[in-house]
Design a protein around this ligand. Structure first.
Ligand code: AMP
Length: 574
C-alpha cells in the first residue's frame, strides 16, 4: 500500500465545517451540482441531454436529465470497462471501476470509481470520526482492530482496474494516511489486508489484534455480519492463536508467503505471559459473553453497519461486546457515501444518519403507489419514506439507488434519515408484496419462540417456490442448536403469520398462496453460501447475505437444498 503524508486532524474544526455546511445545505447542494456538471460537461451522456454551462442549476438539470437505474447506465459503463477512453459519463477516463458483489440486488454491477469518490470517502470518515471522538474519545497512538479485506483487483480487457469499492479504497495511496490521521491505524500488516486468502486474513487480523491488545481503541468491520463472523471464528481458533503467541511461531494454517513474513515480524518472540492472559480470559467467559472487552481492555466501542439487513446480527454482536457501546457505521454504497452518523451514542436500533450535502447532489423519490416527482434535499418531509437518487462526481446522474430511507428529523438544514430497506420486492407470488424488511420482521418474531428454548437463528434466507401449485414461500434457517419438532412447527406458523402484507394474508386465506415452508439447514450452510460468493470475487468485508435466492441462482439454491435437515409446513391458515 502506498503511503502519503499524514494530515493533522482537528476534531472541532471538522465538526464546525460540517455544521457550516449543513446550515447552508441548500446552497451547498446547488454548488455541488454545478461543480459536478461543470467538471463533466464534455461527457457524451450529458451532452446528449443538452447539458451545457447554462444548465447547471437544479431545475434545468432535472428538466433535461431523466431518472435512471443501474440497468440504464450499464451500456455506458460497459464501454468504459472495455477500454473506451472517450468522455462517456465523465470528462476524464475513470481510474478504476467498482464491482458491487450484487448480494443485495442479485446480480453484480459495475460502478465508476474516481479520485473524488476517494476524497469523499476520507471526508466522510473524518466527519464520522470527529463526532464519534467527541462522545467516545480514543487515545492518541492507539490502533483499531479492523476486519478489512481487499479482494483481488483485476485489469479488464480494456485495461481498467476493477475491484470491489472497498478494494479500490484500501488500495488507494491516500487510504493509509487518512486512517492514520484519524487515529485508526490497523493492527494488521498490509499483507494481511491484501491476503488472497480471506480465512488466513481473518485469523491474522485476530492474532494481530491480540498482539496489540492494549492499544486497540475500537473494533471495526464494515458490516455487523463481518464482526459476528470474526468472533464466531475466534471461538474455534482461539487455542491455536494462544499457542502461536506462547511459542512465537505462526500456525502452519497460514500458507501465503507474504502474510507469513509480515506476521513473523509481529510475532517476534515467545510471549507465554500474554498467552496465559488470553487463555485465562477465554476460559473465564460464560458462553463468550463480553469476549471483545475481555480481549481488548482499552477498546471504547465496536463499530460497523448494524442497521438494515445487518439488524439480525446485532443481538449476537451485543453478546460479544458485553458492556461496550455498539456504534453504527455510516450510510453509503459502492456508488458513493451519503450520510454520516453524527449521533454515535444512539443504539443500532435508533441510529440515524445526517446527509452530507457536498458528497453529491441528492434527490428523494417519495415511496408511494402513485408516480411522484423526486424532491430536493431540503424539501423532504419528516415521517415520509423516500428512495435515494444520487448525482455524483463519478458519472452517475439522477441514479436511483434502490434504497428506501425514512426522514426522522433534521441536523441544521440537512435531513437525518433512517435506513429502511432495499426498494425491490424479494417475495412476491401474485398480489403479495414483501420486502427484505418484511422478511426480517417475520423472522424476528418467529425467532422469539426459538429464543424461549435458548436457541438463536444464525442466518436465514428465502425463495419463492412456484414449482408447486399454488406457489409458496420457503424460508431457510440455520439455528444454533437442536430442538423439538413442535417448537419448529410453531416457528413455521409464526413466520407465516409474520407477513402482515394484506396481499399475502388474503392470498393465504383463499389459498392462492400455499403454506409457508420452513427448511432448517445444517450448521455451517450459510458459511458455504458466503464462500460461494467470495469465490465469485465478492469482498469478505462487503458481503451481505442474500435474503432471497432467485431461481436463476442455481448454485446457491443447491447449497441450501443439499443441506436441509428438516422441513415444516405452516398450519397457520388451516
Ligand atoms: P454495496 O453495494 O456493497 O456497496 O452496499 C451498499 C448497500 O448497503 C446500500 O445500498 C444499502 O442497501 C446497504 N447499506 C449501506 N450502508 C448502510 C447502513 N448504514 N445501514 C443499512 N444498510 C446500509
Amino acid at each position: 500500500m502506498l503511503e502519503k503524508k499524514v494530515e493533522t486532524f482537528n476534531m472541532n474544526r471538522v465538526i464546525d465545517e460540517f455544521d457550516d455546511m449543513t446550515r447552508n445545505a441548500d446552497q451547498v447542494q446547488k454548488q455541488t451540482l454545478k461543480e459536478i456538471l461543470e467538471k463533466n460537461q464534455s461527457a457524451v451522456y450529458l451532452q446528449n441531454f443538452g447539458i451545457n454551462a447554462n444548465t447547471t442549476d437544479p431545475e434545468a438539470f432535472k428538466a433535461l436529465v431523466p431518472l435512471v437505474t443501474d440497468l440504464d447506465l450499464e451500456p455506458y459503463i460497459k464501454r468504459m470497462v472495455d477500454g473506451d477512453t472517450s468522455p462517456i459519463l465523465t470528462s476524464r477516463p475513470v481510474p478504476a471501476i467498482s464491482l458491487s458483489s450484487g448480494t443485495s440486488q442479485g446480480r453484480p454491477k459495475f460502478i465508476p470509481f474516481t479520485d473524488e469518490l476517494m476524497e469523499n470517502t476520507l471526508q466522510l470518515f473524518r466527519t464520522a470520526f470527529a463526532f464519534r471522538n467527541r462522545d467516545f474519545p480514543i487515545d492518541d497512538n492507539g490502533r483499531a482492530l479492523q476486519f478489512i479485506y481487499s479482494s483481488k483487483q483485476y485489469i479488464s480487457t480494456g485495461g481498467v482496474p476493477i475491484g470491489t469499492a472497498t478494494t479500490n479504497v484500501y488500495r488507494n495511496p491516500n487510504f493509509k494516511a487518512g486512517m492514520k490521521s484519524i487515529q485508526s491505524l490497523c493492527c494488521s500488516p498490509d499483507e494481511v489486508i491484501f491476503s488472497p486468502n480471506v480465512h488466513q486474513a481473518l485469523y491474522c487480523h485476530l492474532l494481530s489484534g491480540i498482539l496489540f491488545r492494549d492499544q486497540v481503541q475500537y473494533v471495526f468491520a464494515s458490516f455487523a455480519h463481518g464482526l459476528v463472523h470474526a468472533f464466531r471464528t475466534f471461538e474455534h481458533v482461539w487455542e491455536e492463536i494462544v499457542t502461536d503467541i506462547e511459542d512465537g511461531v505462526l500456525s502452519s494454517r497460514i500458507t501465503v508467503p507474504s502474510v507469513r513474513t509480515a506476521m513473523a515480524k509481529l510475532l517476534r518472540a515467545p510471549n507465554p505471559e500474554l498467552a496465559e492472559t488470553i487463555r485465562t480470559k477465554c476460559l473465564s467467559l460464560s458462553n463468550w459473553y463480553g469476549l471483545i472487552p475481555a480481549l481488548f481492555p482499552n477498546a471504547k466501542y465496536v463499530y460497523g453497519i448494524m442497521t438494515g439487513s445487518m439488524e439480525p446480527y446485532v443481538k449476537k454482536l451485543r453478546h460479544y461486546a458485553g458492556e461496550l457501546p455498539l456504534v453504527s457505521h455510516d450510510y453509503g454504497s459502492s456508488e458513493g457515501w451519503i450520510a454520516a452518523n453524527v449521533r454515535p451514542t444512539l443504539s443500532p436500533e435508533e441510529a440515524t444518519f445526517a446527509v452530507v450535502p457536498n458528497l453529491g447532489y441528492f434527490e428523494f423519490l417519495p415511496v408511494s403507489e402513485t408516480e411522484e416527482r423526486p424532491v430536493g434535499l431540503t424539501e423532504v418531509k419528516i415521517g415520509q419514506e423516500y428512495e435515494v437518487v444520487i448525482t455524483n462526481y463519478a458519472g452517475l446522474y439522477r441514479y436511483r439507488l434502490g434504497d428506501v430511507v425514512k426522514i426522522v428529523g433534521f441536523y441544521n438544514k440537512t435531513p437525518q434519515l433512517k435506513f429502511i430497506c432495499r426498494r425491490n420486492l424479494i417475495l412476491s407470488i401474485n398480489i403479495d408484496k414483501n420486502t427484505e424488511r418484511d422478511l426480517q420482521m417475520s423472522v424476528e418474531s418467529a425467532a422469539k419462540r426459538l429464543a424461549e428454548e435458548k436457541i438463536e437463528v444464525i442466518d436465514f434466507s428465502s425463495h419463492v417456490d412456484v414449482t408447486t401449485e399454488p406457489g409458496h414461500y420457503v424460508i431457510y434457517w440455520e439455528i444454533s442448536g437442536e430442538t423439538e419438532d413442535d417448537v419448529l412447527q410453531d416457528c413455521c406458523d409464526c413466520l407465516d403469520k409474520g407477513f402482515i402484507d394484506p396481499g399475502y394474508m388474503s392470498s393465504r386465506k383463499c389459498k392462492t398462496i400455499g403454506a409457508l415452508e420452513l427448511r432448517v439447514v445444517e450448521r455451517g450452510t450459510f458459511r458455504k453460501v458466503q464462500e460461494h460468493f467470495l469465490g465469485l470475487g465478492s469482498s469478505a468485508g462487503q458481503f451481505k447475505m442474500p435474503r432471497c435466492v432467485k431461481p436463476s441462482n442455481v448454485k446457491v439454491l443447491q447449497i441450501l437444498c443439499d443441506n436441509v435437515v428438516s422441513r415444516f409446513f405452516s398450519t397457520a391458515f388451516e
